[in-house]
Design a protein around this ligand. Structure first.
Ligand SMILES: C[S@@+](CC[C@H](N)C(=O)[O-])C[C@H]1O[C@@H](n2cnc3c(N)ncnc32)[C@H](O)[C@@H]1O
Length: 262
């Protein structure tokens, strides 16, 4: 899933909100509130979901900058929050020299680092340390998908999907499900105190629309790998679509949140 349209982001935001580890989110907010003149930079901000997740936990005096390379998403964020004294910045994270991180207390991100390559993560952590900023990176996909109603192909489908997660998503060959571990290890190596916590999506009947789109993305990614016969993949897809909304039918998609402070 490399195209991030605002409808997809809007659809996933309630599941993301429920999934975020509340303790890590609150700890990040508490640490920020204690700093003099705090400034938060949200990278890969999309339409501003991380800003919204923090909004009620932080005082109105906190300065925010929202950074993304996508003009449309940034415009949507500005339309929703433009009156709240936020700075909106368009830029490409691949060029870390333009990332306005100096003087920032906390960099935030969500659903971003699993798109990034190990080399980018390494460069990013060095830049973060140079600036002396903390990091709250939520909702990094961790490679674990489970359904309460099982199908014999679940494991091979998940394996193929995870392989696809490790293709280029705009930052070189992506770390995919390994990103959160690499990120945590790099941060620790740079002297950060790191806390991680699981933040899985738990999709039930009310999340049927999200489940449909998620399955569509999985099937497209797996078809792209070409490791499962088309007819088998179609049968799996039909089984999964049919199971949505069935009694006791839950889908769990694993994510991990990472919080790091110096
Ligand atoms: C999965 S979306 C997450 C958006 C938002 N953080 C959220 O949780 O709803 C990933 C975001 O990263 C942005 N992004 C991807 N590659 C980028 C790059 N090279 N530079 C800046 N932003 C990038 C996308 O435009 C998108 O907004």
């Amino acid at each position: 899933m490399t195209g991030f349209d605002k409808d997809w982001l809007a659809l996933r935001e309630p599941a993301d909100r429920r999934a975020r580890d509340t303790r890590l989110l609150q700890t990040a907010a508490d640490l920020i509130e204690r700093q003099a003149d705090p400034h938060i930079l949200d990278i890969g901000c999309g339409t501003g979901s991380t800003y919204r997740a923090f909004e009620k936990k932080l005082g109105a005096t906190i300065r925010w900058s929202l950074f993304d390379h996508d003009e449309t998403l940034l415009a949507e964020a500005e339309q929703r929050h433009g009156s709240q004294g936020i700075t909106f910045i368009r830029g490409d994270l691949n060029d870390l020299s333009v990332l306005p991180v100096d003087g920032v207390s906390l960099v935030t991100a969500s659903a971003l680092f699993d798109l990034c390559s190990p080399a980018f993560i390494d460069r990013f952590v060095r830049r973060l340390k140079e600036a002396g900023a903390g990091l709250y990176a939520a909702l990094n996909y961790d490679g674990v998908i489970a359904w309460t109603v099982s199908h014999p192909l679940d494991e091979v489908v998940t394996t193929a999907f995870n392989e696809h997660q490790k293709t280029d998503k705009g930052f070189g060959v992506s770390a995919g499900p390994d990103a959160w571990t690499l990120l945590s290890n790099d941060l620790q190596a740079q002297g950060y105190q790191v806390t991680t916590a699981p933040s899985p999506w738990l999709m039930d009947v009310p999340d049927a629309a999200l489940q449909h789109l998620f399955l569509q993305g999985v099937v497209e990614a797996v078809a792209d790998r070409g490791t499962i016969a088309k007819s088998e993949l179609q049968a799996w897809h039909q089984f999964r679509l049919h199971a949505i909304g069935g009694a006791g039918s839950l889908c769990r998609v694993g994510h991990q949140d990472v919080l790091a402070f110096l």
